[in-house]
Design a protein around this ligand. Sequence first.
Ligand SMILES: Cc1cc2nc3c(=O)[nH]c(=O)nc-3n(C[C@H](O)[C@H](O)[C@H](O)COP(=O)(O)OP(=O)(O)OC[C@H]3O[C@@H](n4cnc5c(N)ncnc54)[C@H](O)[C@@H]3O)c2cc1C
Length: 408
Amino acid sequence: MEPNSTAIIVGGSHSAAQLAPSLRQEGWQGRILIISDESFLPYHRPPLSKAYLAGEKDPESLLIRAAAFYEKANIEFMLDTRVDKIDRSAQLVTLSTGESLAYDKLALCTGSRVRKLPINGTELKGVHYLRNIADGNAIKADIKKESMAVIIGGGYIGLETAALLRKTGMQVTVLETMDRVLKRVTAPEVGAFYTRVHNEEGVVIKTGVIASKIIGAERAEAVVCNTGAQVDTDLVIVGIGIIPNTELAGDAGLKIDNGILVNEFAETDDPNIVAAGDCTNHPNQLLGRNIRLESVPNASEQAKSAAVSMCGNKKVYSTLPWFWSDQFDLKLQIAGLNQGYDQVIIRGDIHGSRSFVAWYLKEGQLIAADCVNRVKEFMIAKQALAGLKTIDTTKLADESVEPKELLI
Ligand SMILES: Cc1cc2nc3c(=O)[nH]c(=O)nc-3n(C[C@H](O)[C@H](O)[C@H](O)COP(=O)(O)OP(=O)(O)OC[C@H]3O[C@@H](n4cnc5c(N)ncnc54)[C@H](O)[C@@H]3O)c2cc1C
C-alpha cells in the first residue's frame, strides 16, 4: 500500500475498533480515518443492558480502546459526523458537514439500529429504546426503586433489561407477542427455564400479548394491550429487534440482501469497498450457508478479514458463531446456530436448578448448544462444532460422564 493512501471506515463501533488497528498490523501505512455519527470513541455495547445500566460502569470504562491507543497507531476520528453518500466511481464520500473526502479503500461498519414500535405513545417521556450510551443514560435517569417498568419484547435485550431493572427494585412486566419468550432463538425448554427464573425473581411475564398503545399525559403512564388489559408503568423499554444499516451501501448500488452482501473475505462487489459486522450478510463455510449475525465476536473477527482484504491479501472469515447473555445469576453462553434442529437433549436439571445445557441436534449431528452456568460444556461444544473434535452424542445427557469425556 502507498504511504499516501487513505482508508475510510464508516461507523465507529466494535467492527471499526478492530478493523483500524488490524489495518496497521497488516501494513497499511497511509491515513486511517474513522467517521462515526456517535459522540464517543468506540465502546462496548453489551454492558449497556448489563453493568452500565446497573450503574456499575461509567462511559470511560466502556471504551474498547483508550484514546492514546488510537493516537499511537495514528488512527483518526471524526465523531458526530455521518457519511451520507458514497460516489463509487469518484471514490468519494459526502459527509453530513457537506464536506467530501476521497478514499482509496472504504470499509462499511455501519452496524444496525433498533426496530421502532409502530404504535401511538412511543414519543412520550419515559419510553426508551436501547442501542447506545445516550439511550443507556436516558434509561438510567428514569430508574427509580419501587416504580414500575414495562419491557416490550421478550428477546435477549428485553430479558436482560428486565433482570437489571428488577435488581434495582423496580416492579417489572415483560410483554411478549409470541406464546413464549426467546421463541426466535431457543428451544421451548429453554424459554420455559427463563420464564421460571424471571418469575422466581419477581418479574411478571405476559405472553401472547400485543402492546397496542402507550398512554399518558406527558410521560408514559400505561401500556394498553390488544386484549384491552392495561399495564400501569413509569418506564417503558422497547426491545423488539434490530435492522441492519444498509441504506448507504444500497444507495451506492452495492448488493443488499438482509445485509450488505459480502464474500468470505468481507469484500463487497466493489473491489475498493469491504464491510464487516452487524450490517453484513456473509457466507460461513462451517455452516455451509449465508448468515447475518448480531454479535461482538462476529464484528471483531470479520473486521480482521476486511482489513486483510483492504491491504490486498486474503483471509477467510469463517468462525463458529457464539454469543452470550447475562441475566440475574445466569451466564448463558451459546455456541453455534440452532436453526433447523430436530432434537434437543438436556443435560442437568433444567426444571429445578440454574445450571444446564440444551444440546441442539439435526439428523443426529450437534449443531448448537445453550450452556447456562456451564463453562466446561461450552468450551467442549465450541471445539466439537468447529470440527476440531468429535462429540459422543449418546452421552450428552449423562451427568455421570465428565464434560471432557464427551469428546472422543
Ligand atoms: C444493549 C445491547 C446489548 C448487547 N449485548 C450483546 C452481548 O451480550 N453479546 C454480543 O455478542 N452482542 C451483544 N450486542 C450486539 C453487539 O453490540 C453488536 O453485534 C455490535 O455492536 C456490532 O458492532 P458493529 O460495529 O457491527 O455495529 P454497531 O455496534 O451497530 O455500530 C455501528 C455504528 O455505525 C454508526 N453509523 C451507521 N451509519 C453511519 C453513517 N452513515 N455514518 C457514520 N456512522 C454511522 C452507528 O451509529 C453505530 O455507531 C448487544 C447490543 C446491544 C445494543
